[in-house]
Design a protein around this ligand. Structure first.
Ligand code: NAD
Ligand code: UD1
Length: 339
């Protein structure tokens, strides 16, 4: 069985679906700090079309990844072969206000998991890292061997520190297989419209904000700056469909089984789109409902960020296949269903 911490969250739930569809058995551990228990049934509803789910192949534990006793109990009760560690706090602005909560949640959960894994002799680990570890890269596209660490906020630093911890753990025990996945900007939702990104309160990230404007929940999008050094002046990012990202984890788990040692992969499309590219693509899908205003830059934003994802293609046999239209369509569909 594969343990997914944060398995009821946005990326975790899509990954649970794709792992189950691929025939893997899944245990999720989630403290529901940024998700809802109803996601469990939604995962079941999606997967039951391809496979019958029982307590033997899909389980959910509600609790905290920092709780040693609970994690130990999960390892005692289930035959865990690999862990994918999604659980964590992820809001950049909030991390500036609550740095201790971010360091506590993100670092302690990782250390706790690794300790329990060692105790049970389980040495396969996938970690959800972020393109944020590259800071403002000197050139584009970004390769995995670019320098990391020039991060500008506590959230990003937790990702950087955890990567360093994982390198130290591997250096001390080469029987570990550790894959660090650096996600670029995940957007979109499952085709069913049952699972997707549903942030509490007013969204900080672009796509959920646009979706709420398109469905009338918010009035207009503020475009943060039109004076960047990009084709239309607005910020450029590498947006990747969450289902493609989930499929990247299925490939990573396969790679772990080949005793891969420590590996780092960018998961992105290699293509950069600007804020206005996204607005225009979304407007084609929703009939022009996304109104926007240009406002000043958001502090800390960089002008451009996109991946070179050739290493994941070569070594994992993974490429992102879903296009921008599909990312917008599925986001809109999810938002309408969750109105
Ligand atoms: P999410 O908030 O939707 O999912 C995280 C899940 O973890 C939530 O269900 C939450 O309830 C749970 N959780 C948090 N702390 C926990 C703890 N201590 N114990 C148990 N459960 C806990 O976020 P997501 O977008 O699915 O992100 C998953 C991972 O990917 C995170 O580590 C995030 O930092 C990383 N990441 C996300 C993005 C993105 O844009 N979404 C980009 C790069 C990296
Ligand atoms: C942000 C985080 C990053 C994290 C990533 C995925 C910051 C500085 N960085 O990246 O650490 O890994 O989310 O969760 O927050 N935009 C607008 N209006 C909006 C929202 C966004 O114009 O209301 C623009 C931004 O200026 C940026 C682009 O849209 O150019 C994407 O923004 P966002 O979705 O927040 O992602 P990032 O800033 O790339």
């Amino acid at each position: 069985m594969i343990l997914l911490t944060g398995g009821l969250g946005y990326i975790g739930s899509h990954t649970a679906v794709e792992l189950l569809n691929a025939g893997e058995d899944v245990v999720c551990l989630d403290n529901l700090s940024n998700s809802d228990i109803s996601v469990k049934d939604k995962i079941k509803q999606i997967v039951c079309k391809t496979r019958e789910l029982t307590d033997d192949n899909f389980k959910v534990y509600i609790g905290d990844a920092r709780d040693y006793k609970l994690v130990d109990k999960i390892f005692c009760e289930n035959k865990i072969s690999s862990v994918i560690h999604f659980a964590g706090l992820k809001a950049v602005g909030e991390s500036v206000k609550l740095p201790l909560e971010y360091y506590d949640n993100n670092l302690i959960s990782t250390i706790n998991l690794l300790e329990v894994m060692k105790k049970h002799g389980v040495k396969n680990f996938v970690f959800s890292s972020s393109a944020t570890v590259y800071g403002a890269a000197k050139s584009m596209p970004i390769y995995e061997n670019f320098e990391t660490g020039a991060v500008t906020n506590p959230y990003g630093r937790t990702k950087y520190f955890i990567e360093e911890i994982l390198k130290d753990v591997y250096a001390s025990d080469k029987s570990f297989n550790i894959i660090i996945l650096r996600y670029f900007n995940p957007i979109g939702a499952h085709d069913s419209g049952l699972i997707g990104e549903n942030p509490n309160g007013i969204p900080n990230n672009l796509m959920p904000y646009i979706s709420r404007v398109a469905t009338g929940k918010l009035e207009y999008l503020s475009v943060f700056g039109d004076d960047y050094n990009t084709h239309d002046g607005t910020g450029v990012r590498d947006y990747i469909h969450v289902v493609d990202l989930a499929l990247g984890h299925v490939k990573a788990v396969k790679k772990l089984k080949s005793k891969c040692g420590l590996k780092i992969y960018n998961l992105g499309t290699g293509v950069g789109y600007s804020v206005l590219d996204i607005v225009n693509a979304y407007n084609k899908v929703c009939g022009g409902k996304v109104k926007y205003k240009i406002v000043g830059r958001r502090p800390g934003d960089i002008d451009i960020c996109y991946a070179n994802a050739d290493k994941a293609k070569k070594e994992l046999g993974w490429v992102a296949e879903r296009n921008l239209e599909n990312m917008c369509k599925t986001s809109y569909n999810f938002e309408k269903k969750n109105k």
